[in-house]
Every structure is written in C-alpha cells, then in structure tokens.
Design a protein. Sequence first.
Length: 592
Amino acid sequence: MLMTLTLVAVAGIPSVQAADDQFLISGSGWGHGVGMSQYGSEALANEGWTAVEIAEYYYSGTTVRPLSDLPSTWIDSDSQPLWLGIDRSATTMPFAAIGGNAQACLSAQSPCPSSASLTVDAGSNWEFRAVSGGCRFYRNGSSASSIGSCNASVTWNAGAGVRISLPTESDEYSRGKLMFRSTTGTSFHTVLRMGVEDFLMGVSESILKWHPEALKAQVLASRTHAVYSMLQDGPEASFSDSLKANCWCHLSEGLDQAYRGWSVESYPNGYGAKWVNAVQSTEGLVITHPDTATTRNSVILALFASSNGGKSAANQDVWSGAPYPYLQTVDDPWSVTSANPRAHWTSSVSPATIEAWLGFGTVERVVVLERYASGSVKLVRFDGVTGGKWVTVTKTGKQIRSQFGLYSTWFSACRVRAPFVDDDCSYFEPNIRRIADAGFTDGYGDGTYGPKDAMTRASMAEFLARGLGLPAAGRDYFTDDNGLPEEGWINSLAAAGITVGYPDGTYRPSETVTRAEMAVFLARAMGVFNPATPSSNPFPDVPADSWFGPAVALIADAGVTTGYMDGTFGPDNLTLRGEMAAFIDRALLGGH
C-alpha cells in the first residue's frame, strides 16, 4: 500500500507559511516491535491466556520447557553465572552498605586475601576510584586502602538484610556480588554477578500491577533472553577482549534489560510480591525452538518490546541478518488497545528542520514507498526543490525514527497548513497548494477543497479559465448553464477553443469529468492538441485511434501523467479533484 506523507512548499510561486504549519507524524507502538509485545501480553492475559500460551504465540513454533530438561552447560555448575553490566568506563563509583556491614576486596582473587579485605561499615559513604597506578577504596572522602588492582569486589550478606546502594544509579541491590573490572584505560566497569533467578527478582520490565499471567510471560522472556546471552558469550573466564572492553558482562542494564534490584521485589501494595511470585512460579522455565542455527542449546533469543503497530516486526526487517523463525511477524491487535498509552501517538517537526536535515530548499512531498509485512515503514521518499530543480532523497523508516526521536517505525505523516483543511496527508496536497496560489481555485468556500470528490465539468471550466486568465466571452455558447456561477468561465473556455460542448448545444456542467475528457481539456489548454496526430499509445487501455488517444499521448509525453502503478491510464475512470490539481500543476505550472 502506498501511504503518503505530505510536506508542502511551492517552487517558483510565492508561498505564505501558515501559523500552524508543521510536519505532523502519527504512529503506533513503542520500540523495535520484534517478539513479544508487553502491552499485548497484558491484553491477552486479561482475555484468559496463560503465560505459556502468550509466549508460544509471540515466538512462533516455540515450546516452553524447564532448563533442566536441556543438555547440561557451564551455567549449571556456577552459582552466580550471570554478569550484569551496571556502569561502563567510570573513574569513580560511590556505594554504601545498608542494614549491616559489607566486605570489599581490592583483588580479583577468590577467596579474597586478608591483606586486600576491607570492612564496609553501614552508614558511611564509600567510593571505588581510579587513581594513578590503579584503583583504591575511599571512605567518607578519605583513602581507605592502598592503591591496588582495578579488579575488585564488594560482597554482603543478603540473608541478614544487608543491601548495597549505588547513589549514582539510584538503585539498591540485595542480591549478587558487586564487581569492578578494569578497562584498557584509567577506568573500570561496574558489574553485578548473580544467579539467573536472583537477577529476575530485580528485573523492571513490566508494570507490576498487571495481570499475573502477563508478569509470568515477561519472566519467561527475560529469563530466556538472559540464558541465551550467557550461552552465547560463555563464562566470564572466556569473555572476549572486545566484550571485556565493552562492559565485561552478558547483559547491559538498560540496553538489554531494565534492572532495578531491591526496589522491584520490595515494591509496596503487594505489587513486588506479585512479581516475586511470577519469578518463583516459573522457576527454570525457558522458551525453546528446534532451529539450531538461531538458538543456543535450543534456547531462543527472546526479544520483546513495549508494543507495535498491530503486528510484530520480523527480526530481519529491523536488523540485518538471516530471519529467525520464531521472530517473524504475527498479528497483534492486542498491542494497540486503549490501555496502551502509546497505541496512538503524534509528534510534530517543523518543515525547516526537515529541510535542513535533507539539504533541501523546500520539501514538496514525502511518500512512504514501502512497508514491511508488519506495517512498519521500510522506505520513504522525499521530493523537494533545491536551486530551482527537483531533488529526491530516500530514507529508511529507521533513519527517520532515529532522526526525529519517534517511538516506533509504525507511522504516517502529513503537513498541516493552509489554505485547505481537508487535503492534509493527500498525495496531491502540494499540487493543490500550488494551483490555489496561482489562482486556479479557492476551493469550496468553506475552507475545504474536496480532493477525493469527482471533478465536474463546471469546476473544470472555472479552474482552467481562472488559472489561464481567459478574458470574458462576448457570447453565450451553451443552453444549459444559464444562471450558474460558473457560466462566465464556461463561456470563456469555449471562446478559447478549449471546449466545444456536446453536439446538442449543451455543456452539461454538473456531469463529472472522465480521465479521457481531462486529457483532451488539458491538451487543448496547453495548445498542443491535434486530433489528427497519431497516438503513440503509451498505455495499453488507450486505443491509438480513439478520440482521446492523441491527447493522452501528448500529456504523457509532457510528463503530465504517468498513469496508474499497473501501467494503465484508466480513461473511463472519473477524475478526482486531487488528481486534477496534479494534472493542472504539471501541465501549466511546471509542477511535479
């Protein structure tokens, strides 16, 4: 389907910017849209779907299975196999112990050598800081250790109610072990090392008041995604140099999954307890698929997003690479229910901003050339004028989303501006604007133009006679237009030889204009019509010996029409007022 996004400016004709002139983008969904829709899962849960049914629907061809049923891996023998990146390449990391003391170790050795061990007393403000020659711990602003390795750790007794607070992250952690790992420069990464189920207790990807089955579906996706990432990167001892330089982690907080630690499981009003129950009641369950090329030990890459535009996106449409069989487009009307605040959204951008981005003098028209099966935008063409010449630039939907900070790539758009209120988002809006500026039409008089209305012969006469500046006629040519507002224009058109009416002496002003008749009107108005000229028959449905064939050939040669996308002209189809604006603009104003 060809969707249009209309950004209008007028080349060669003075234009007046309307006060409300803006590029209005309307869209649906939030995020990349691949895999499970979180708002969709909530709607499905409210319809009675179970978490397993939700997961197996969004991830086509999958089965939810216990991790213990799969072949054993290194994860099974490590009590804290997951490394979660909290902060990258920092030079200082403040922290504090809450509810009791913690232990710091200025060494990567395990167990910690006594010479490198420190007691982190509750109530004091601590820092791990990169300094010349390595790193050291500070307490209340003063040095608390010698200079040592930037590979250090902080541990605590969660069972005794001790937690670690990271003020710069606004989070508290009750589970896991805080790790500092040196980068190649004078900085370090901050990482949490923990068990998979401990990690899930602090995942903050769902609205905690949601239906229990929606929460469980999120746990299934989050656990599966974490396990897949761990199996892909391997144990910490085998991390690649690039992974160590990047984050020293399997998952990066915020980029891969949101993690808020203690604040999630302790959330008030029983919501934290709901999440804990969702984790515990699905313990060890992961989503699997038989495809060996795109899974790790049968575990899928369980991507998810807030919502989509009514169908989930396929992975290869969002990122390059081969299609994953379980990350293909599925229908998802549940994603855009009224409960989703991003089911429908709008954003506005000034035309000047877009013109500056593209390097255009003016932007005339923007057309969505192609959409993916999900309905998200694949390619968009911008048509504009620079230096008096038409220019075209093609952008991807992802580029447009990134450039203007859109919620998703499910969007359409139009330019909202004068003079008419009903032509926004019409493909022909630039042409309508141009012929209005040139004096061909004032529209209907109520602020509308009626781009989808059929063109009448009376309106055709008014458009052409006004725009061409034809003088008043000295006689009355037709018997059936007396008293009509357009009578003078009709007579002027006849006096100029652009119309001859019907053999019975009538003009039939209320009849609609076919595309064949339009071609003849325009060819005469252009001064190029000669019925004796053989037609080059540019369209298969335009006979060369027809009364309108030469006119169609002439306006096609002049670039006034290219016909329909299927290669036909449609001579018997009615001419719509939007189309008529484009024909006039191209034929008489040099438009595009």
